[in-house]
Each structure stands twice: as structure tokens, then as C-alpha cells.
Unconditional design. Structure first.
Length: 317
């Protein structure tokens, strides 16, 4: 079926994509410097003949022996807590790392798929966000290191497509959740779920009226696979358009977990988007893709995973 390199292969999304690629019969090489990735995410793949892991920082020259059919570039810190603590690394992997991965795709004649993000839309003035929207990004704000790294990554990807003829794909990923998310990820879902499981108050930033749209990880991976195997070169939003306020989301987590945690409110971080909802018309029309996992079902699956890992951590300590 083909040989696939996944950078960021030990991360939340990278590891789930690895599982999907292997299930479709691909041979997979995972590459990660483990800055934010976790070896536990890929521990179940140890000993497989069709899987190989290489520890490497993709901002340096990338060497892979043998042919490659696809390169999926997912290496990057991806949560605000990460890219605020790792601003230089975030900028370097979005620029130098993407450059190195594109050079490898050119050398191998591989299809290159870039993991971009809804953050390229910034704090949007258009709602929901179609791919034609150019965004409202503060390039010098604290979130700019991630937003602009991804916007640059999109620009250089299209340059390699137009100038070098590299077969490229760009997925703009909206809020995604599921098993294997880091417990200390800092984003709303892991924060709320861990706080509720520990019986602590849930911390909502702002007044809770800002909105997000949550896509279960299996739906996201299915959409990425559809894009990878298509001939669609323009960016494609992949996410769940079912919009919910952060306040409602916190209440939903409390109801699911039980225990009666309260909600506390803190100041909204600088440049935090007020709304976030994908327009998935392009994905539906060009890829035949739409999400299928209901939020309640996905949250229950995620809760089971979080509860197990928190229990394991408590027993080990």
C-alpha cells in the first residue's frame, strides 16, 4: 500500500494516524524528538515488522533509507501551554522542520501532507471559517509563534508545489480530542476532564461564552486519510461543525464525570479566539467526508482513557 513517514509520530494525532495507516496496510516510519510526544503512545507497536521509530529533530536534515510514498508532517507543539513555553522550537519546526520535510518529499517523489491548523484564522471575523478566509492573526502576540509558524508552513508547502512540482496536501485541523491526549495538555478538554476526575473546580477562561467545535480523533484521521489519497491541493478544513460554548462544554464534562465539581472563572488569555467553527463544505464535496462520532460518545471514550491513566498514575505514586 505504500511507505509512510509521520513526523511527530509519537504525539496524540501522529500515533492515531500511525494506527490508521497500519490498518490500511501501509508501512509506517514514525519520527519524533519526544519534546511533546510520548513513547507510551506507540508502545503497542513495538516488534511490528511494518513499523519503525526514529528519534530525530526534524529541524535538522532528515535521512530516511529507502523509498517513501507519503510524508505526513505533524511535528509541532500544538497546545497553548506548549508553544508559550517553547516559542522558538515552535517557530523552528514550522519553518525549518517543514522545509526539511518538503526537501525529503522532493527527493523521494512522495506526497507531502502538512498538518496545519484552524489557528491560521486567528481570532476570526468570519464565522464559520471557510478555507477562503485569510484570517485575523496578531503576528507579534504570544500566540503568533504558533499561528505564524503554521501560516509560513502553508506558504512554503504551496511554493514547493508550484515551483518544484511536489504533490502537496494541506489539512487545517480544528479542535480534536480523544484517548492519548496529554493529561497536562492545557487545552479545555484534558483540563476539564482531569479537574473533574480529581474533584477539583473546573477552570474556565473568560466568561465561558467563547465557542469551540470538537472533533473526535477517529473522524479527524479518516478525513486526513481521505485528503492524503486525493488530488486536492488547496487547504481543507477537517473538524466537527457542531459548535458549543466553553461554559456548556464544562457543564457537559461535569455531568459525564459526576461528583459535582464547580466552575471557576479566570481572565481570558491574550488573543484567545472568541469563536471557532469549521465550514466543512469543501471536505464534504471534494472528499466525501463528514464526522460521525457524537460528542457524548466521544467524550465517554475519552473519559474511560483518562480515568485509566489517572488511576495508573495514582497507583504508581
Amino acid at each position: 500500500m505504500g511507505r509512510v513517514l509521520i513526523t511527530g509520530g509519537a504525539g496524540f494525532l501522529g500515533s492515531h494516524l500511525t494506527d490508521l495507516m497500519l490498518s490500511h496496510g501501509h508501512e509506517v516510519i514514525g519520527m519524533d524528538n519526544l519534546l511533546t510526544g510520548d513513547p507510551a503512545n506507540i508502545a503497542h507497536l513495538a516488534g511490528r515488522d511494518d513499523y519503525q521509530f526514529i528519534k530525530h529533530n526534524v529541524t535538522n536534515y532528515i535521512y530516511v533509507d529507502g523509498p517513501l510514498d507519503y510524508i505526513l508532517h505533524f511535528a509541532s507543539p500544538a497546545s497553548p501551554i506548549d508553544y508559550l513555553q517553547l516559542p522558538i522550537q515552535t517557530l523552528k519546526v514550522g519553518s525549518l522542520g517543514t522545509h526539511k520535510a518538503l526537501g525529503l518529499a522532493k527527493e523521494k517523489g512522495a506526497v507531502f501532507l502538512l498538518a496545519s491548523t484552524s489557528e491560521v484564522y486567528g481570532d476570526p471575523l468570519v464565522h464559520p471559517q471557510p478555507e477562503s478566509y485569510w484570517g485575523n492573526v496578531n503576528p507579534v502576540g504570544p500566540r503568533g509563534v504558533y499561528d505564524e509558524a503554521k501560516r509560513f508552513a502553508e506558504a512554503i508547502t504551496m511554493a514547493y508545489c508550484r515551483f518544484h512540482g511536489v504533490e502537496t496536501r494541506i489539512v487545517r485541523i480544528f479542535n480534536t480530542y480523544g484517548p492519548r491526549m496529554r493529561l497536562d495538555d492545557g487545552r479545555a478538554l484534558p483540563a476539564f476532564m482531569c479537574q473533574a476526575l480529581r474533584g477539583e473546580p473546573l477552570t474556565v477562561f473568560g466568561d465561558g461564552t467563547q465557542t469551540r467545535s470538537f472533533c473526535y480523533v477517529s473522524d479527524l484521521c479518516a478525513g486526513i486519510y481521505q485528503l492524503m489519497t486525493s488530488d486536492v491541493k488547496e487547504p481543507v478544513n477537517i473538524g466537527n461543525p457542531a459548535e458549543i460554548t466553553i461554559g456548556q462544554f464544562a457543564e457537559k464534562v461535569i455531568e459525564l464525570v459526576g461528583g459535582g465539581s464547580e466552575i471557576t472563572y479566570q481572565l481570558l488569555p491574550e488573543d484567545d479566539p472568541k469563536v471557532r467553527q469549521p465550514d466543512i463544505t469543501r471536505a464534504q464535496e471534494l472528499l466525501g467526508w463528514a464526522p460521525t462520532v457524537d460528542l457524548s460518545d466521544g467524550l465517554q471514550r475519552t473519559l474511560d482513557d483518562f480515568r485509566g491513566r489517572l488511576s495508573l498514575g495514582a497507583s504508581e505514586s
